[in-house]
Design a binder for this molecule. Structure first.
Ligand code: FES
Length: 81
């Protein structure tokens, strides 16, 4: 199982946490890996200046609508298949 926890703390929320969560849900569905990827929310990851902060398994990454598709393609799909 791939675990993706999206920060919904104030700074990340203001930078679009919910767009990130929605896009992750769309991508898991369209790639037929929704049963292998667990997307959830989490509060502040102490990485507020680099948000939207996302805990990806044990790594901390910063996602935006500009890099999320590439992140998903290169990091999430290979682990989920
Ligand atoms: S609010 Fe997201 S890392 Fe602090």
């Amino acid at each position: 199982m791939v675990n993706i926890e999206v920060c919904v703390g104030t700074a990340c929320y203001l930078k679009g946490s919910y767009h990130i969560i929605n896009r992750l849900d769309e991508l898991t569905e369209s790639n037929n890996i929704a049963d292998k990827v667990n997307v959830s929310s989490i509060f502040c990851l102490n990485n507020c200046t680099n948000c939207v902060s996302v805990k990806f398994n044990d790594d901390l990454v910063s996602l935006s609508m500009d890099n999320i598709d590439e992140f998903f393609k290169t990091k999430v799909i290979p682990l989920a298949k």
